[in-house]
Design a protein around this ligand. Structure first.
Ligand code: GLU
Length: 443
């Protein structure tokens, strides 16, 4: 069998990560089986599915590399096919007209449930069954002549030759009705796989209130498409071993529906950030540097006053620590301006407390006395001075760090000093001393 999967979103503008995850699973399954991945835009709600919403959907899919194998089908262009199907069902007795709810608009077309139980094997959830008594007749075309979701969805899946419907498990209940429709339309039903909901830490459906929830938001925050793709692929699925960072090829090779978990999948934004850090580090150096440079430019910190070499040294030093390129200015901005901000807490704890400024004076002296500024020489100078003073190295390390970077943490101090260079380091220590030694005279 040639597998044909489809992603069938109702575009509303922003694409929720739960929805795009369905696209990812469909894409992976099609690739894994050598089948086709299709896109059907369920844009029948013209109030919400604007051209803009459709454009955003396609953009997000392209950004994630979820290219459909055939031209997208727009459901709004299919109304006559849907209504023809309704007509066919009317003619062979599977549907009837009735005035639903006295709308005064005329009669709707209702599908007649056959009055027996329906069951199917869900590739994720196993065998599912629904009793006849729990399934009522339902509207397939409204009194105003527009087809209803159930009819349009099934008619289009038949027309597209879809073999596997992989979608959110909020559609499980619909599936029983859809099976009745397939049968009445004389079509073999596809296989179904219903994906677990994605939830927050409390087990509630993951929403905007829990943090970023839309693909566009992650894109703006600087997440790399491959990292987001990889993270979402693991949301409700696992390769069965402990691999987490997986290339697209590895994901394709490992992806099966059997390994999709049935229970809800919890979103963990910290893990996503970690994942992005892994992908950032794996980028070719030039690409990573371009992202950092772009972030510096946006932050107004790219001045051309620095050599290419200096910039690259900073990038090399920071790459282990920066998980998202847009955070580069926050974490490494002090390398590129003398006007960097001081973290107040760090100043209080490391400079203004007993001995902080004295330690800084000692280090001004010790560092001023060495000529070559390498991680080794600056470290030796610090350790020697600490020993002379009978202090632990930390008593000197922290004040220097705060004085030259304004931050409580960051890359290794000695590497940082070597990259900044002697002149900059001494000037910064001097400025910190005059600024914090006598704060009263400040501004
Ligand atoms: N438009 C529906 C949705 O977004 C389609 C569900 C489906 O059959 O995949 O939920």
């Amino acid at each position: 069998m040639n597998v044909r999967t489809r992603f069938a979103p109702s575009p509303t503008g922003d694409v929720h990560i739960g929805n795009i995850r369905a696209a990812i699973f469909n894409w992976l399954y099609a690739r894994h089986t050598g089948g086709a991945f299709l896109l059907r835009v369920e844009d029948t709600d013209r109030a919400r599915s604007t051209d803009e919403a459709c454009r955003r959907l396609l953009e997000v899919m392209e950004w994630l590399g979820l290219t459909p194998d055939e031209e997208p089908l727009y459901q709004s262009t299919r109304q006559s096919a849907h209504l023809e199907a309704a007509e066919q069902l009317l003619q062979n007795g599977h549907a009837y007209r009735a005035d639903k709810g006295d709308t005064g608009q005329g009669e709707a077309v209702l599908f007649r449930m056959p009055g027996r139980d329906f069951s199917f094997h869900d590739d994720v959830k196993g065998d599912l069954r629904k009793a006849a008594a729990d399934m009522k007749d339902f509207v397939i075309a409204r009194a105003n002549g527009t087809p209803v979701f159930h009819l349009a969805n099934v008619v289009d899946d038949i027309a597209m030759g879809v073999t596997h419907v992989v979608r959110g498990d909020d559609h499980v209940e619909n599936t029983f009705r859809h099976l009745a429709l397939y049968e009445a339309l004389g079509a073999a039903p596809p296989r179904f796989a219903h994906l677990p909901m994605i939830v927050n830490a409390q087990g509630k459906p993951y929403s905007k209130r829990d943090g970023d929830a839309f693909v566009g938001e992650f894109r703006e925050k600087g997440y790399l498409p491959d990292a987001l793709f990889n993270y979402l692929a693991l949301l409700g699925w696992s390769p069965g071993d402990d691999r987490e960072v997986m290339s697209r090829d590895e994901l394709v090779a490992a992806f099966t529906l059997e390994r999709v978990q049935a229970s809800a999948a919890q979103v963990d934004l910290r893990k996503l950030e970690w994942m992005n850090g892994e992908y950032m580090r794996a980028l070719p150096e030039a690409e990573r540097e371009a992202l950092y440079r772009d972030a510096l430019e946006r932050a107004g910190l790219w001045s051309g006053a620095f050599s290419e070499e200096y910039f690259r040294d900073v990038c090399a030093l920071m790459q282990e620590r920066v998980k998202l390129a847009p955070l580069f200015p926050e974490q490494a901005g002090f390398f590129f301006t003398e006007d960097f901000a001081f973290d107040e807490k760090a100043v209080r704890k490391r400079l203004l407390k007993e001995g902080g400024l004295d330690a800084l004076r000692q280090m001004r002296d010790a560092l001023g006395a060495i000529d070559s500024f390498t991680p080794e020489t600056t470290e030796a100078a610090l350790r020697q001075r600490a020993e002379t003073l009978g202090l632990g190295a930390g008593a000197l390390v922290h004040p220097v760090r705060v004085a030259v970077s304004g931050l409580p943490g960051g890359p290794g101090l000695f590497e940082m000093l070597a990259v900044l260079g002697k002149e900059r380091v001494l000037a910064r220590i001097d400025r910190a001393l005059s600024r914090f030694a006598d704060p009263v005279t400040e501004g």
